[in-house]
Design a protein around this ligand. Structure first.
Ligand SMILES: Nc1ncnc2c1ncn2[C@@H]1O[C@H](COP(=O)(O)OP(=O)(O)OP(=O)(O)O)[C@@H](O)[C@H]1O
Ligand SMILES: [Mg+2]
Length: 514
C-alpha cells in the first residue's frame, strides 16, 4: 500500500513537471523540442511505472461513427461509477429505454479486477479555434485507463475483454427492443440507402406467466431457452452454430404468436418477422438473414402458406386441374403462376440457410416457424437439427384455463371451475375463444357472468362439434357408396367389353373358316 501511494505521489509530481515543460516548450526551437521530449519520455518511463491507454469517442476510421469500444466502456463505467464517482452526467442515448448515467468530465474512478487496481479518467480535448463540424459536439472525449506496468498481461488479455463484454451486455439489457419486418422490393428505398428491414419498437406484453399452457410444458420450454442462451462455449466445443430452431404447431388461436412474444420478452431479444412471400429469391433471403443482429428471434409464420414448400405434391394437383377451359379460371391460373414466379424462394434455399451457411455471422439466433398443419410440411424441413424442438400448442385444457382465469378475472378458484374442467375435457376450444369469453365486456359483468358465458360457449362448441362429426360421418358413408357404385359399374363395363370381344373373335373365326 505504502509503495502504491508513493507512486501516486510521484505521478502527480511528474504531471506538475509536464505542465512546466509545456510552458517552456514554446520558447525552445523546434528541433530541440523533439530531442528533449524524447529523452524526457525515456526518463519518465524509467521512474514512472504506469501505462496509459486512451479510448477516443470518435475515430476517423469509423467515418466518425461513435466508437464501439468507447460506448462499451461508458456503459461499463456507468454501472461501476454510479457508486464511486461523485459527479455524473445523464444522457438519453438513442435506442435506450432509460437514461444512461456516466461519469462527468475529468472524474477519476478506480476499478478492481482479480485483485489488481486500475484507474479510469474521462477527459476531453477542447476544439482548436473555429471548427465546423457535422457531428454537433466538437469536443473530443476520451477515456484513459491507467494501470501498473507489471499487470499489463492481465489487463490486455483479460480485463479489457471483461470491460467490453460487460459493457455490451449492459447495453443489450438497456436497449429498446425492436420488431423488424422485411420490406418488399419497391418499398425498399430510403433517402440514403436501401433498407432490407424496417422496424418499430417491440412492446408486446406477453410473458410465460400469462401464457395459458400446462405448467410442466412451460417450464420445459423456458429451461430449453435459457440453456441455449448460456451454451456459447458448449456450441463452440461441439462445432455447431449457436442457433436453435423451434417449430410451433397447432390450430388457430392456440397461442403460437403469443408464445413467440413471450420468448422474446424472456430472453430480451429483438424479433425479425420474416414474410417469405415478399422475398424475391434465395439470394435475397440470404442477404436478409445476414442483415439480422445478434440476440434475435427470426420468425416465419404459417410456413405452410407462405411457400410452395411441399413442392412436388402441389404441382401435381395443379396439373390435374389444368384442363380448365373457361377464361376466368385460366386468368386466375396465370396470375397465380406470375405470383409464384415473383417469389422464388425454394425449399432448398430455406434449408441451406437453416443448416447454417449463414452461421458465419456468429452470435446467438433463434428461428421459429409456425404452422397450423404440421403434417403438410416436408419432413426434410422439420427434422431435428433444423427444427430442434417441436412444440405443440393445443386446445385449451383445464390447467390452461386456470391461467386465463387468473389473468382475466383474478380468480384462483370458483364453484364453476369443476363444471368447466369437465366440459373442457370433452370439447375442443381454443385458448383464444376461452379468453374472449372471459373478458368482461362491461362494468356490470362480473366473474360469475363471464364464467357463465364461457360455459355456454363451450356447450355450443360441443354441440357444433357433434353436428360436424355427424355430417362428416354422412359424407364418409356417401363417399363409400359412391366408390362402391363406381367399382360395380367398372366391373359391369369390363364384363360387357369382354363379351363384345368374345363375340368379335367368334365372328372372325367363322369368317376365316368360311
Ligand atoms: N395459450 C394462450 N395463452 C394466453 N393467451 C392466448 C393463448 N392462446 C391464445 N391466446 C389469446 O388469443 C389471441 C390469439 O392468439 P395467437 O395469435 O397467439 O394465436 P395463434 O396460435 O398464433 O393463431 P394463428 O394460428 O391463427 O396465427 C391472443 O391475442 C391471446 O390473447
Ligand atoms: Mg399466429
Amino acid at each position: 500500500m505504502m509503495g502504491g501511494e508513493m507512486w501516486t505521489q510521484l505521478g502527480s509530481s511528474l504531471t506538475g513537471l509536464m505542465f512546466i515543460w509545456v510552458m517552456f516548450k514554446q520558447y525552445l526551437p523546434y528541433e530541440t523540442q523533439g530531442q528533449v521530449e524524447k529523452y524526457a519520455q525515456k526518463l519518465v518511463s524509467l521512474v514512472y511505472p504506469y501505462i496509459r491507454i486512451t479510448f477516443h469517442e470518435f475515430t476517423a476510421e469509423g467515418f466518425y461513427e461513435r466508437s464501439k469500444a468507447y460506448a462499451a466502456i461508458e456503459r461499463y463505467l456507468s454501472t461501476n461509477s454510479t457508486t464511486r464517482a461523485k459527479r455524473l452526467k445523464a444522457e438519453m442515448v438513442r435506442d435506450s429505454k432509460s437514461l444512461v448515467l456516466s461519469m462527468d468530465d475529468y472524474e477519476e474512478i478506480a476499478d478492481e479486477f482479480m485483485g489488481l487496481k486500475v484507474w479510469w479518467t474521462s477527459s476531453k480535448n477542447l476544439p482548436k479555434g473555429q471548427v465546423i463540424s457535422f457531428y454537433g459536439d466538437e469536443e473530443k472525449r476520451f477515456y484513459t485507463l491507467k494501470f501498473h506496468r507489471r499487470n499489463r498481461e492481465i489487463i490486455y488479455g483479460l480485463y479489457l475483454n471483461h470491460v467490453m463484454d460487460e459493457g455490451k451486455a449492459i447495453e443489450v439489457k438497456n436497449r429498446q427492443r425492436k420488431l423488424f419486418t422485411n420490406n418488399r422490393n419497391e418499398e425498399r428505398v430510403s433517402w440514403f440507402r436501401k433498407t432490407m428491414w424496417s422496424h418499430v419498437v417491440f412492446e408486446h406484453p406477453a410473458t410465460f406467466d400469462t401464457l395459458a399452457m400446462e405448467e410442466k410444458k412451460k417450464k420445459d420450454i423456458i429451461n430449453d431457452l435459457i440453456t441455449f442462451t448460456r451454451s456459447k462455449d458448449y456450441y463452440k466445443k461441439i462445432g455447431k452454430a449457436w442457433k436453435r430452431g423451434y417449430l410451433l404447431f397447432g390450430p388457430p388461436g392456440t397461442g403460437k404468436s403469443t408464445m413467440i412474444a413471450a420468448m422474446a420478452n424472456l430472453l430480451e431479444y429483438d424479433v425479425y418477422d420474416l414474410e417469405l412471400t415478399a422475398v424475391k429469391d434465395n439470394t435475397e433471403l440470404r442477404k436478409l438473414l445476414i442483415d439480422t443482429s445478434n440476440k434475435s428471434i427470426i420468425v416465419i409464420e404459417d410456413i405452410d402458406c407462405s411457400l410452395d414448400l411441399t413442392g412436388q405434391r402441389k404441382k401435381e394437383e395443379k396439373d390435374e386441374e389444368g384442363d380448365a377451359k373457361d377464361p376466368i379460371s385460366k386468368k386466375k391460373k396465370e396470375d397465380q403462376e406470375k405470383s409464384n414466379e415473383s417469389s422464388k424462394v425454394t425449399l432448398s434455399g430455406l434449408l441451406n440457410f437453416i443448416d447454417g451457411l449463414w452461421s458465419a455471422c456468429g452470435g446467438e439466433r433463434i428461428i421459429v416457424f409456425t404452422t397450423n398443419y404440421v403434417e403438410k410440411l416436408d419432413p426434410a424441413l422439420i427434422r431435428r437439427g433444423r427444427m430442434d424442438k417441436h412444440i405443440e400448442l393445443s386446445y385449451c385444457c383445464f390447467e390452461a384455463f386456470k391461467v386465463l382465469a387468473r389473468n382475466y378475472l383474478d380468480l384462483e378458484s370458483h364453484d364453476l371451475f369443476e363444471t368447466i374442467g369437465k366440459l373442457l375435457e370433452e370439447t375442443k376450444i381454443s385458448p383464444a375463444d376461452v379468453a374472449e369469453n372471459l373478458m368482461p365486456k362491461s362494468a356490470e359483468e362480473d366473474a360469475d357472468a363471464c364464467l357463465g358465458k364461457l360455459i355456454k360457449a363451450i356447450e355450443k362448441a360441443k354441440e357444433e362439434a357433434k353436428l360436424k362429426a355427424a355430417e362428416e360421418e354422412k359424407e364418409k358413408e356417401k363417399a363409400e357408396e359412391e366408390k362402391k357404385a363406381k367399382a360395380e359399374k367398372e366391373e359391369k363395363d369390363k364384363k360387357s367389353d369382354e363379351e363384345v370381344k368374345e363375340k368379335k373373335t367368334g365372328e372372325e373365326v367363322k369368317e376365316n373358316g368360311g
